[in-house]
Design a protein around this ligand. Structure first.
Ligand code: AMP
Length: 502
């Protein structure tokens, strides 16, 4: 009975006696014991009443059991719905009410309060050490099971988008979406059974759950499976790894440590970055320090991965490379494709593109065209050699006095100032201009910044309308767990900056 994800990712684990997961303290989980864990989870889920098509929501710490619950859920034909442990009570309440899962597995420490928002959903618990009511179910369950038959077009997961501008939307991802993308990435990035992937990403997000775990599972490699990113632990375990996938903050943190150098990384095959823009400066600094060029790729919850820099050939700093094989990408403005080099909205089409937003047909129609093109909401351009560059989110575009300003252009100019480490440019309400350009600056280590002097340095570099009208200096930019700068939070903090004082 075919089940695309089970067949490709999990079925052969029964035969594997070598480690699949290597944990922080050196403990190993073999392929066969991980398969048994999946089987136990599958039986425990079925005993809890989960049937094909049901959603299984989890808000639990990263652990082998948590990954096994993902495997078990898709193997029994149910739909995996992971939630960021940082979500608050009302947020979890919204997700449970929206997705109506059959079962919700949460941290035992939060069970009592979460029960208050779980409504009709049955609740079980699991902690990072395998404790909790679902942990007990796992121990009691049989280690063998039969997977459920599924079509490639059946749902495997619902991942909620971060929803910075409105209600979070549940992106419905099929077996084919996940599998096709894992196969493409594994081929492109040359993953094999000899690889040891250092896995320090969360598994509630597309990057850690699908890009990292699926690619590794598909190709039969091993994963050093860490509960999260800690630079010291990563430095200690890096000698055992061949590949690392990370968000840009992983790389800036590693570069802050003098132990991270050529010798420590000489054996590494690949460093991948994504989920947020990698500064061209970080890319270059990384090369100088290690001799490796980070491979940057671009994707999103709704589409899995869309583009990647090449494995062989130039990995161009500040770009996200070329559309993946089988994925079409175009740049659109005012209903037409823009000429090469022009900026516009990025649209993608391919087997990676999701099936729509859960119970939001109108939102789906707004963003997913009938002919399969998905409007990503990202702005981009394609250079003369075909490399795609992300210019920002469409919603972050600043329109000041009727002129469009792409924040990244201003950020890159600011970042060139020798004392600026990084910057975020946002639009703030302004009585004359509608919006005014505003910069948030972070100083290089040990440097003091005078915001006005930094802004003055742009005078011959950028047209006047692009130059920030004002700037502040912060110790660091607000980022979420995936390393994305929280521009909405910045806009909220400084909303009154240009308003007339009462
Ligand atoms: P998420 O759905 O949380 O994975 O966020 C997807 C968004 O992250 C994309 O739409 C982009 O705006 C951004 N993103 C992902 N990868 C990159 C990248 N390499 N460079 C710039 N932005 C990126």
């Amino acid at each position: 009975m075919p089940n695309p994800l089970y067949d490709a990712l999990f079925a052969t684990l029964t035969l594997r006696t070598n480690p699949l997961l290597i944990l922080e303290g050196g403990e190993k989980v073999t392929g066969a014991s991980f398969h048994a864990m999946i089987a136990r989870a599958a039986n425990a889920l079925r005993s809890a009443g989960v049937q094909a098509g049901d959603r299984v929501a989890v808000q639990i710490a990263k652990s082998p059991e948590a990954l096994a619950i993902y495997g078990a859920t898709v193997s029994i034909g149910a739909v995996f719905l992971p939630l960021n442990p940082a979500y608050t009570l009302p947020e979890v309440g919204y997700f449970l009410n929206d997705a109506t899962p059959r079962l919700f597995i949460c941290d035992p420490a939060k069970a009592e309060v979460l029960a208050g928002v779980a409504g009709q959903t049955a609740l079980k618990t699991l902690n990072a050490k395998g404790g909790g009511s679902f942990g007990a179910d796992l121990s009691d369950a049989e280690p063998v099971f039969a997977p459920e038959e599924r079509l490639g077009s059946d749902l495997a997961a619902i991942l909620y988008t971060s929803g910075t501008t409105g209600r979070s939307k549940g992106a419905m991802l099929t077996h084919d979406n996940l599998l096709s993308n894992a196969q493409t990435l594994a081929d492109l990035w040359r993953f094999t059974a000899l690889d040891v992937l250092l896995h320090a990403l969360p598994i509630f997000h597309t990057h850690g759950l699908f890009v990292a775990s699926n690619v590794s599972l598909l190709t039969g490699g091993q994963m050093i499976f860490l509960p999260g990113f800690d630079a010291g632990t990563v430095l200690r375990l890096l000698p055992q790894a061949t590949a690392l996938m990370g968000v840009p903050t992983f790389y800036t943190r590693l570069l802050e440590d003098a132990r991270f150098d050529h010798a420590l990384t000489a054996h590494m095959r690949l460093f991948v970055s994504g989920s947020a823009p990698l500064l061209a400066d970080t890319h270059r600094q990384f090369y100088t320090r290690t001799g490796h060029r980070i491979l940057e790729r671009y994707g999103m919850t709704e589409t899995n991965m869309n583009t990647s820099n090449p494995y062989e050939g130039e990995r161009r700093a500040g770009t996200v490379g070329f559309p993946l094989p089988g994925v079409e990408l175009r740049i659109m403005a005012e209903g037409a494709e823009v000429p090469q080099g022009g900026v516009g909205g990025i649209e993608v089409r391919g087997p990676n593109v999701f099936a729509g937003y859960w119970q939001m047909p109108e939102k789906t129609r707004e963003e997913l065209r009938p002919d399969g093109w998905f409007i990503t909401g990202d702005l981009g351009q394609i250079d003369a050699d075909g490399y795609v560059q992300i210019v920002g989110r469409a919603k972050d575009l600043v329109i000041s006095g009727g002129f469009n300003i792409y924040p990244i252009e201003v950020e890159l100019a600011l970042d060139d100032h020798p004392d600026v480490l990084e910057s975020a440019v946002i639009g703030l309400p302004h009585p004359d201009f509608g919006e005014a350009v505003f910069a948030v600056l972070v100083a290089q280590k040990g440097k003091a910044l005078d915001p006005d002097a930094v802004l003055a340095s742009l005078s011959n570099r950028l047209a006047r309308f692009k130059q920030p009208k004002s700037a502040v200096v912060l110790d660091e930019l607000p980022r979420n767990t995936m390393g994305k700068v929280q521009k909405a939070a910045l806009r909220a903090s400084y909303a009154a900056w240009f308003q007339p004082k009462a």
